[in-house]
Design a protein around this ligand. Structure first.
Ligand code: G6P
Length: 381
């Protein structure tokens, strides 16, 4: 049976450890020698697209937020992300030449399916072909209801995920967005876009090279952080609130860290863009509230570090997900990151988010794979 825990106590732990393989498989399938990227999509998916909207729920929405960052910064395509449940009842005014992407690992989430169907229906009513529906799904279950609803699919091929809290399917969704952003960037000339965003062909090739090398990097990271997070878990025995901070492409990863912790440890957590902390959450901080700060060298490194410094000044226990260097000595605990292009960093920074919540929940003796009140796919509104 595929759903075998092997030597792991929980499926979630096993699935976290499967992620280097998830990446290796994806690289082998979609980053062939001699091409930038190869996705099994019809050319019509790309043609004439001027903007993108993404509909999703939960963890899938966080992958969509990373995806939006990539589509804007790599391909120069304006991209908006919606909670599917909100989009259903307050869709934005229609715009032409729009690709709508639905992201759901199960392919069965009722809100996501209904939002996509609604978007399709309202676009069918417009005579102007510029407004015609163009739907793409990203899922781990191509045979699902999503597969029947949309004409184009990216199968993330992550294999069965048993743990209710998504881990390897999240990574698979991220990879789908890396592929899509690279494919659009290549078709849009691979040049820095005059209206903002975009990368040169050389920069795109460099990113692909780093992606090819990622499985080995990820393997070391999973092993190292597994040990570190297991040792850290006891620090959270009485913790009631945790703040996760990130900026830029790692803001959605901070959100995902907080969601994971809530889902399986039942600890209240908030993910915040680090620069917003001073506008509210800073009031919560004291020695009892740990702050997990994701600080990756690049556009916002110094900014995130100075936000972390502000938290430290309020006696917060600081856990850094950051490279080991003199700048990061302010952290009480460091979960060290290897050197990587900032744009690829979510593929690494999500690992300590998953492992922290896993070990905290396991240390508390909770039912990690079947958290209370949650289901693997939510087929009701
Ligand atoms: C449920 C799960 C979440 C998941 C969400 C969306 O609420 O508990 O972990 O992120 O559904 O699932 P989907 O299958 O649409 O990605």
């Amino acid at each position: 049976h595929v759903a075998d825990k092997r030597s792991f106590r929980h499926f979630m732990h096993k699935e976290i450890h499967e992620q280097p393989e998830t990446v290796a498989l994806w690289v082998a399938r979609h980053l062939p020698e001699g091409a930038l990227v190869a996705l099994p999509l019809d050319e019509s998916v790309y043609e004439g697209v001027e903007r993108i909207q993404i509909l999703a729920c939960g963890t899938s929405r966080h992958a969509a937020q990373v995806g939006a960052h990539l589509l804007e910064q790599l391909a120069g395509l304006p991209t908006a992300v919606f909670y599917a449940s909100e989009f259903r009842y307050a869709p934005p005014p229609l715009e032409p030449h729009t690709l709508t992407i639905g992201v759901t690992q199960s392919g069965e989430t009722a809100d996501t399916l209904a939002a996509l169907a609604m978007e399709q229906d309202r676009r069918f009513l417009v005579a102007d072909p510029a407004y015609a529906p163009r739907l793409l799904g990203i899922t781990n279950r191509p045979e699902s209801s999503l597969g029947r609803l949309v004409p184009h699919l990216l199968d993330i091929g992550a294999g069965i995920e048993v743990g209710v809290a998504a881990t390897k399917t999240f990574l698979g969704q991220l990879l789908a967005f890396y592929g899509l952003a690279l494919a659009f960037a290549e078709r849009r000339g691979g040049t820095a876009h005059p209206l903002g965003g975009g990368r040169t062909p050389a920069q795109l090739r460099e990113l692909v090279e780093q992606l090819r090398a990622l499985p080995a990097v990820l393997q070391r990271l999973v092993d190292d952080h597994d040990r570190c997070c297991a040792e850290l878990a006891h620090l959270f025995a009485d913790t009631q609130d945790v703040i996760f901070l990130g900026r830029g492409i790692n803001y959605p990863i901070a959100m995902e860290g907080a969601l994971k912790l809530k889902e399986i440890s039942y600890i209240h957590a908030e993910g915040y863009p680090a620069g917003e902390m001073k506008h509210g959450p800073i009031a919560l901080l004291d020695a009892r509230v740990p702050v997990v700060s994701i600080a990756v060298p690049g556009t916002v490194f110094e900014k995130v570090l100075s936000n972390a410094q502000e938290a430290k000044a309020r006696d917060a226990q600081l856990i850094g997900v950051a490279p080991a260097c003199p700048d990061t000595e302010l952290f009480d605990v460091l979960l060290p990151l290897p050197e990587v292009d900032e744009l690829l960093s979510p593929l690494l920074t999500v690992i300590p988010m998953q492992l922290l919540s896993y070990h905290i929940a396991a240390h508390r003796g909770l039912d990690v794979d079947q958290p209370r009140n949650l289901a693997k796919s939510v087929t009701v509104e």
